[in-house]
Ligand binder design. Structure first.
Ligand SMILES: *[C@@H]1O[C@H](CO)[C@@H](O)[C@H](O)[C@H]1NC(C)=O
Ligand SMILES: *[C@@H]1O[C@H](CO)[C@@H](O)[C@H](O)[C@H]1NC(C)=O
Ligand SMILES: *[C@@H]1O[C@H](CO)[C@@H](O)[C@H](O)[C@H]1NC(C)=O
Ligand SMILES: *[C@@H]1O[C@H](CO)[C@@H](O)[C@H](O)[C@H]1NC(C)=O
Length: 495
């Protein structure tokens, strides 16, 4: 690729400079790859590119030439193989119209076999010889421009321009006559250079097509459990700026069994910054609080927010006998009956991302049931408004969180066993929340939410940032050897 081509590749990019990425419409999850991330991705691409080029066999070259004093020589170069590629310097630049990767000063080693036959009227019996040679290419330049577009919810990677230009080429013959050396230099240098250029260009085309196939194979929806599906379709086109690439993902939860009235969770005119509180991180994934709101709605609608408690650390509490002095009416009507407690969320929890944590307001009805002759008889119901905070951290490749009770208020909703004393309600609710509800929820949450691992690459040294109404994971990416050797799956995603 001549320097002029390089220039034309670069000029495809109109480079606007701004600290903020353009507004990403409608996506509730956004991903921003910083310049550090782009640098890492480039290194990875070059590494994979080299791996695909090493041991590449180039097509056989045949040529014949008139050699003074020798005659007409027919030379065949075969088994032309690229043995080694070293890249001295490379760069990646992004702009409104694409991503340009340029490699300069690369060195390529090739080996080949040569064979010649000479016939002339001077030598009636043809002579021939064969041997090997080593070719060293220096100052090779490779460049490509790609662009990313949204195509029906998946990312489409297209190769806009590419090229490869061999700088200098030297040939070292193993054996052979000096005229052969001269012939190779004079007549074949160009052929060998073009073969290298074409071979590498072809590999670029293949490599980009493979990457594009990989992007096309990413799921548009992730099934989380029996209840919910997360929509991970890409929304809008990726936004390329001079220092980052930003993508937006729908991020809406939907229920599996029911058709929901679609609610307007979309957030218009949002500005996503690539900043990670001064930390130089490769990627930043931001999640809008509406993602949690839609999840809350889906699990609520599916009736998943209910808990029946029929075992307690102090089991005696779940018998009316224990209550005979506190709530005499209960014992009088249902003497010595077992009880259970039905804790049921009465409206979708309200979830907000603040500047410190995730806050949740949960309205629950706590119904006290008496079990008499295999019959469940609700006897009283207490309404509770719970404020809890949820602190998130990243452990390994999972996001895990811990719910902490902030405060609650409770009142008696209805009762068939007379009035309950306010202190009794308070202490009952308080001990239920502390000994049953929160431990139960924290146990459920302990499993965590796995961050995506793609082909063995996952998050490393991730940090959580709260920035109302967004929560962000700022992270580096690296090859997770433990994961890879533990699972050995090529493209694991959340399942
Ligand atoms: C190419 O071969 C030479 C010797 O033949 C060796 O010194 C060099 O390390 C090899 N690799 C590159 C990229 O030059
Ligand atoms: C590698 O690049 C540096 C500058 O980036 C240059 O000084 C050096 O000569 C190059 N080396 C080779 C072997 O091309
Ligand atoms: C996922 O979100 C995209 C973008 O908002 C939308 O076009 C698509 O219909 C959604 N898919 C499902 C299955 O809801
Ligand atoms: C628990 O209580 C809710 C209302 O608070 C009710 O809809 C539900 O049926 C009850 N569940 C059981 C198993 O009693």
């Amino acid at each position: 690729m001549a320097p002029s081509i390089l220039f034309s590749l670069l000029s495809l990019l109109l480079v606007p400079t701004c600290g903020y990425v353009q507004p990403l419409e409608e996506g509730l999850i956004s991903g921003v790859i910083s310049d550090k991330g782009l640098e890492y991705a480039k290194e990875l691409l070059i590494e994979k590119g080299i791996a695909s080029i090493v041991m590449l066999q180039l097509p056989k070259i045949e040529n014949s030439a008139q050699v003074p004093l020798v005659g007409n020589a027919k030379v065949v170069l075969s088994d032309i193989t690229i043995n080694d590629v070293q890249v001295n310097s490379s760069s990646v630049k992004t702009g409104e119209n694409g991503i340009v990767i340029v490699i300069s000063g690369a060195i390529v080693n090739l080996s080949m076999r040569w064979r010649y036959t000479v016939s002339s009227w001077l030598i009636p019996i043809g002579i021939s010889d064969k041997g090997t040679a080593i070719v060293k290419v220096t100052g090779m330049q490779v460049g490509l421009t790609v662009n990313l577009r949204n195509q029906e919810g998946t990312l489409k990677l297209s190769l806009l321009d590419y090229g490869c230009h061999v700088g200098d080429l030297s040939i070292k013959l193993d054996g052979g006559a000096s005229w052969l050396y001269q012939l190779l230099v004079d007549a074949f240098e160009g052929n060998i250079a073009s073969a290298v250029e074409e071979g590498i260009s072809e590999k670029i085309k293949e490599g980009i097509a493979k990457l594009d196939n990989f992007l096309a194979s990413l799921p548009k929806q992730i099934s989380l459990d029996q209840t919910a599906t997360l929509n991970v379709s890409f929304v809008g086109n990726p936004v390329l700026s001079s220092s980052s690439i930003a993508v937006a993902i729908s991020g809406l939860f939907t229920g599996k069994s029911e058709v929901l009235e679609p609610q307007d969770y979309h957030q218009k005119e949002l500005k996503i910054s690539a900043a990670c509180g001064g930390l130089p991180k490769m990627i930043k994934v931001s999640i809008h609080e509406n993602v949690f709101k839609s999840a809350s709605q889906v699990y609520y609608n599916a009736g998943k927010m209910q808990l029946i408690v029929d075992k307690l650390p102090n089991q005696a509490i779940l018998n009316t006998a224990e209550w005979r002095f506190i709530v005499p009416q209960l014992y009088k009507r249902y003497p010595n009956d077992d009880m259970q407690i039905n804790i049921s969320v009465s409206s979708p929890p309200v979830i907000q991302v603040t500047y410190q944590d995730i806050g949740a307001t949960i309205l629950v009805d706590i119904t006290i049931d008496v079990l008499e002759d295999f019959e469940v008889i609700p006897v009283a119901c207490i309404s509770v408004e719970i404020s809890a905070s949820y602190a998130v951290e990243v452990v390994g490749n999972d996001i895990i969180g811990r719910l902490t009770l902030q405060e609650f208020s409770a009142y008696l909703k209805w009762s068939k066993i007379g009035k309950l004393h306010i202190h009794l309600i308070q202490s009952l609710v308080s001990s239920l929340l502390k000994t049953v509800v929160l431990p139960y929820l924290n146990f459920k949450l302990k499993r965590g939410f796995p961050l995506p691992i793609i082909d063995g690459y996952g998050f490393q040294n991730a940090k959580i940032l709260y920035n109302h109404p967004w929560i962000a994971v700022c992270s580096d990416v690296s090859f997770l050897e433990d994961y890879y050797f533990g699972h050995r799956s090529s493209s694991s995603y959340v399942s």
